[in-house]
Design a protein around this ligand. Sequence first.
Ligand code: ADP
Ligand code: MG
Length: 306
Amino acid sequence: MNEKPILDVRNLKQHFKINKKFTVKAVDEVSFKIYPGETYGLVGESGSGKSTIGRSIIRLYKPTSGEVVFDDVLISGNLSKETTNHLRTKMQMIFQDPMASLNPRKKVMDIIAQGLDNYKLYTNERDREEKVYKILEKVGLSGEHAKRYPHQFSGGQRQRIGIARALIMNPSLIIADEAISALDVSIQAQVVNLMKEIQEETKITYLFIAHDLSMVKYISDRIGVLHLGHLVETGTKNEIFNNPIHPYTKSLLSAIPEPNPIAVRNSVSMHYDYAASGIDYTKGTLHCVSGEHYVLSTEEEFKKWK
Ligand code: ADP
Ligand code: MG
């Protein structure tokens, strides 16, 4: 790709010191790039470090080490006021549980306008309301909904409110952390379709975090596979699905629910046991399969797997 990435994560480490003797290496030496207007799907089982990566990028945590460059600006070190403002407006996050992330005592109008309020992004009350109405319409809700409280909505509608709250800031990157995981499958598809429509219209970039590959396959242009805090493979959707190299990626792919029951009976679910595999992620480096398809491995593993 000739384009410049909008987000460049290099050797990101996020370690949590629990006590003198014990540190959780939640994220270890993770590198990936996201290009403008695309959706990068970050997948991995629970506890693999997905949320920690999202939170470190958006600076809910200060990275232990490594660099994150967003819109050509380094955002992983000490932040100037200007850089903080840029980060807080142009990068937004939507969370898994909108009920927990939406203030139950606030009306939707004020929830969605919060970012506008924080950064004084309106000229008068009328302008503020109109901005909220416009964004409500964009996410498939109506002005009428602005008067209501979060508990008066369904799960899918609440997630639309979460999207509206992010979108009103006119961000260039949205990090969606398991944004649809708690929703019914039919509702998941609606929310994902909405996100896709918004992307077509605004050219917004998504970092789409999920623990299973089924929706990621549908929404992503490129995919990163995370295991035990390490990015074990990254590539385009087709590279990951048609030519998976890493044994963990292969086992993840074999676990995708198959809508056809006959295929289920015949499919072999691959089991991957890191402890027994002899693989040591800390000894591996990213090896290029082709283009921007990379796999974390030693020289020997790479020869064997490729
Ligand atoms: P995921 O989102 O993929 O489920 P997380 O990023 O939430 O994974 O967690 C990755 C690992 O880091 C887990 O082992 C988790 O227990 C640990 N972890 C996450 N946040 C913290 C924290 N604030 N303090 C200590 N350990 C943490
Ligand atoms: Mg998580």
